[in-house]
Design a protein around this ligand. Structure first.
Ligand code: PGA
Length: 255
């Protein structure tokens, strides 16, 4: 297992927070703090914040992402946004299949797969989220579920396209709860995801895929989580809304 084969990516997920003016201010505050990081730095922001965020991040090492994307190119889908639209306003990354989308908005592994294909075909980089609920973990389904979610999410994604896919293992019980997976639980979950990629694409490809951990990662626990061999970065919610905290995580990933 060679971590050096993979990009480390620290991505913020702002969720439904920040107006465009607030987004600009937060990015201005973050820019000097994350400059020169030895990892990729991404901020996924609400749709309406994208133009302000892209403008504020210009000339810095911060890349801007969206938090969802529709799978059709255009048409009668009220309230939705297409991959081409995101590309056109400077978006480079998109989160797909976040557990909050699955939980509150009827997202399924099949629609996650359709969104993933649409985003990749439009030239976006995808952060594909998978993760088990506490009940599923307690029933002993974690490995089966993570492998299933990973494989269905990646159906018809070619090995070439996979280079533009990051997978985020986010145990649902750890998201926004302050309960973080232990370093070993994160490593194990990420390992299940990588094993699923190996089953679908071969071990060599799996060695190169960035697998993030997400779920209450913060300035205090990031270093331990990121030290694990299977943890190639983080998807960060709450702590990405505070520049000092987020920059500590970015620095931990740069070690
Ligand atoms: P959290 O969110 O860091 O606030 O737990 C992580 C996520 O939802 O991606």
């Amino acid at each position: 297992m060679n971590k050096a084969l993979r990009r480390t990516v620290i991505a913020g997920n702002w969720k439904m927070n920040k107006t465009p003016d607030e987004a600009k201010a937060l990015i201005e505050e973050m820019k000097p703090l994350v400059a020169g990081a030895d990892c990729d730095v991404v901020l996924c922001v609400p749709y309406v914040d994208i133009p302000a965020a892209v403008e504020a991040a210009k000339g810095s090492n911060i890349r801007i992402g969206a938090e969802n994307v529709h799978f059709k190119a255009s048409g009668a889908y009220t309230g939705e946004v297409s991959a081409d639209m995101l590309k056109a306003v400077g978006v480079e990354y998109v989160i797909i299949g976040h557990s909050e989308r699955r939980q509150y908005f009827g997202e399924t592994d099949q629609t996650v797969n359709l969104r993933t294909l649409a985003a990749l075909n439009a030239g976006l980089k995808v952060i594909l989220c998978v993760g088990e609920t506490l009940e599923q973990r307690e029933l002993g389904y974690t490995e089966t579920l993570l492998k299933y979610q990973t494989k269905i999410g990646l159906t018809n994604v070619t090995a070439e396209q996979l280079k533009n896919v990051i997978i985020a293992y986010e145990p649902v019980w750890a998201i926004g709860t302050g309960v973080t997976a232990t370093d070993d639980q994160a490593d194990e979950g990420n390992g299940f995801v990588r094993a699923a990629v190996a089953e679908a694409y071969g071990a060599d490809v799996a060695e190169t895929v960035t697998v993030q951990y997400g779920g209450s990662m913060n300035a205090k626990n990031a270093e331990g989580l990121l030290s694990k061999v299977n943890v190639d970065g983080g998807l960060i919610g709450g702590a990405s809304l505070k520049a000092p905290d987020f920059s500590v995580i970015v620095k931990a990933a740069s070690k």
